[in-house]
Design a protein around this ligand. Sequence first.
Ligand SMILES: Cc1ncc(COP(=O)(O)O)c(C=O)c1O
Length: 376
Amino acid sequence: MILTGHNTMKEKIKKSILKVKPYVPGKPIEEVKRDSGLKRVIKLASNENPYPPSPKVIKAIEKAATTVNRYPYSDCYYLKDALVKKLGVSSSQLIFGNGSDEIILLAVRAFVQPGDEVVLAKPSFLMYSIDAQIEGAVIKSIPVKNYQYDLQAMKRAVTPITKLIFLGNPDNPVGTYFTDQDVRSFLKGLRKDILILLDEAYFEYVEQKDYVDSIKLLSEYPNIIVTRTFSKMYGLAGLRVGYGISSAEVIDFLNRIRDPFNVNSVAQAAALACLKDKSYYRQIATDIRQQRAYIYQELTKMGLQYVRTYTNFIIVHIAEADKYVEFLLHRGVIVRSMSAWGLQNCFRLSIGTQAENRQFINILKRALKDIKEHKL
Ligand SMILES: Cc1ncc(COP(=O)(O)O)c(C=O)c1O
């Protein structure tokens, strides 16, 4: 047997990977229960839907479970057909992924070469920079202004070697949105060989009339890819299904590098059933809106500042935020530290059910008192 030196693999690994900081997800409920011994733990950390899937979706999952001895449809045939009808696009314009994460990954893998520039907002969804770093891109992070994308500064950052621009609308963790007019002025005069990834993971939560009509935009800009997901509003985060919409040309490129069975059959059946159960999800949207208003009201009473968002999560401003993240965690409420995004004075909270939000507010009140009084 040949014994290898300690550094050998480090020397062999793609250099770009050495710089990558692994994505740290929100802690799972079971892990916190195991570590803390607490019986009741709630998770408000990963922008999930706090409600279970609709009874019709559960039925579809049960039915699909009986045929998992077969491989799934490679092209998500029925799900694709339903979205073709719903969105009014052609089937060649759609691609499905193991979460929209996979569509982002495929787009970066297909287009970005070492040394290409990628423009994104700071802070923004962490997978944008992780995927781009892996491909050896030069990342240009443009700070948000007042928690809004600074689209003018992002446009100024474009150079002849810019390959890809990430636009999260609304983005995570900021939660704000830009309008149709904003994105149209941004695109005007921009080279049409730059891929624009318009991430709409949370678009179902936005009710504003001036929100981007991305399907219309796609008919004018074949270099845009819109990504969406069943993880957020439709509550299928655990099944992993998302999709991308673009020109047939871009979708064809992504399909060449996609694993043939990347979306499992249970996920396909569940997503299709979600699309058919509109009233259930409409009710959830109303509920999240009401709960958001409740949380805003309670934070204001506590004298805390927050970012007004158009999503199911909120950034809360508080000095030494990680102390509060820990305090809440030890009492069974998981919220997200923003230190991975470089934000020390805030944490992110996903909107839960009424009972969960009340529990969060009560514990936060205690935290404010204890941390201030006892200088914890
Ligand atoms: C802005 C944004 N885009 C994409 C995703 C990926 O979601 P999924 O892979 O579950 O579709 C997330 C998940 O948190 C997100 O916040």
